[in-house]
Design a protein around this ligand. Structure first.
Ligand SMILES: [Zn+2]
Length: 134
């Protein structure tokens, strides 16, 4: 384990954060990335959003996630997975197939709507502060 802090760019505002991790792991409640280990939860020093550092133990890859934004997707993960399986099982161009496609589109729209809301909320919170564009 390194004693040096990790340098991580905030996925939300791109500010650089220095973080230290120790042996502690957190409870990962995200269904879509349940195979990853949550090593750290912290607030970005710039935008104050809660970020999670996830580690894929087998590939030794790290992923820094804006938790509130990601949760919008994760909340619908089970629905999406179920629909994708149904889509796969149903005959292409059948009536059922199109119904499923429509359902998938609805769920994806709901995800992007809540992600947009999270971004708007962030901009309102940071009003008056400099928001750096990605
Ligand atoms: Zn940030």
């Amino acid at each position: 384990m390194s004693i040096f802090p990790k340098i991580k760019k905030c996925p939300c505002c791109t500010a650089i954060n220095l973080i230290r991790i120790n042996g502690v792991t957190y409870d990962n409640q995200f269904k879509s990335i349940e195979d990853l280990t949550l090593k750290k939860i912290f607030s970005c020093r710039e935008c104050k959003q809660q970020l999670g550092l996830f580690i894929n133990q087998s590939e030794r890859k790290e992923k820094l996630i804006w938790l509130e934004h990601y949760k919008c997707y994760d909340d619908h993960f089970n629905d999406l997975s179920r629909l994708e399986i149904e889509k796969h099982k149903s005959k292409k161009a059948s009536k059922k197939y199109f119904v499923i496609l429509k359902e998938i589109r609805k769920v994806k729209n709901a995800i992007s709507l809540s992600q947009t809301k999270a971004k708007i909320k962030l901009k309102i919170q940071n009003r008056g502060m400099l928001i750096r564009q990605i």
